[in-house]
Design a protein. Structure first.
Length: 262
């Protein structure tokens, strides 16, 4: 049961990143199975989440370092040289004249990724960006509970268009056992973390894949605990969003980042 929250279609994705509102046509199966964008959210303020990144393949990401973007493995095709991705940074409005856009030069996808778990990847930018805060990752399970913030330019309703403005929302932690039960045993509890409301209404959706789920740490700074991965539709009752548990892969992410020079 894989229901990614990535935009389908490179043309639609490119237009969305350029700032155009794009409706992605979907078959009945895609409309019911594919997720993410922030449903039930509100507009983020300029500068509120300076680490947020929009990627031209129709995904989100977070600035891990001035030259690396942490995203989902299912958003990229594999490890190797890649100059086809454009990252848009520094703005909540994708049409803003002050947006920063940088091309990729390399992609590192989680080793052993096969579409089932291990849903993380790093994108190296051709040049580092300056003046934007990065988002530290959780290295322990200490922050894998409570209330999380989600954000993205994805759809605001299931099957809806991508957004010009960054949306944000908060969602509560859902226990591994409860989430796995809701999904009929398809959650990889050792490496995935769930968040959402039993009643639905707030969630990530199409176009939010790869974006961060984050919260405040002990020092009141933002820390990333999840990567938007998959879900059954968007904001449906009894189907919370499923996120890659960053702490599980923290060592691997840090080692990969070091190997990429960032």
């Amino acid at each position: 049961m894989v229901r990614w929250r990535k935009v389908v279609g490179t043309v639609a994705a490119a237009l969305a990143v350029a700032g155009f509102t794009v409706t992605v046509p979907a078959s009945p199966a895609a409309a019911s199975d594919v997720a993410p964008l922030v449903v039930g959210g509100t507009r983020a303020a300029q500068g509120e989440f300076p680490f947020m990144v929009r990627l031209s393949m129709g995904c989100g990401g977070a600035l891990y370092s001035p030259r690396l973007v942490l995203t989902a493995a299912h958003c990229v095709n594999g490890t190797g040289t890649n100059t086809s991705i454009t990252a848009t940074l520094g703005v909540v409005d994708l049409q803003s004249s002050s947006r920063v856009q940088v091309r990729s030069n390399y992609v590192y996808r989680a080793p052993g990724y096969n579409g089932n778990g291990r849903d993380w990847a790093l994108i190296r930018l051709a040049s580092p960006v300056s003046g934007l805060a990065t988002l530290p990752i959780a290295t322990t399970t200490a922050y894998n509970s409570g209330t999380f913030t989600i954000a993205g330019w994805g759809a605001a309703r299931e099957g809806g268009p991508q957004q010009r403005y960054l949306l944000k929302a908060t969602v509560p932690f859902v226990s591994d056992s409860s989430c796995d039960s809701m999904y009929g045993g398809d959650v990889i509890v050792a490496e995935e973390i769930c968040a959402g409301y039993t009643s639905g209404g707030v969630d990530t959706c199409q176009g939010d894949s790869g974006g961060p789920m984050f919260r405040r740490d002990a020092g009141n700074a933002w820390i990333q605990v999840g990567i938007t991965s998959w879900g059954n539709g968007c904001a449906r009752p009894n189907f919370p969003g499923v996120y890659t548990e960053v702490s599980t892969f923290a060592s691997a992410i840090q080692s990969a980042a070091a190997s990429l020079g960032g």
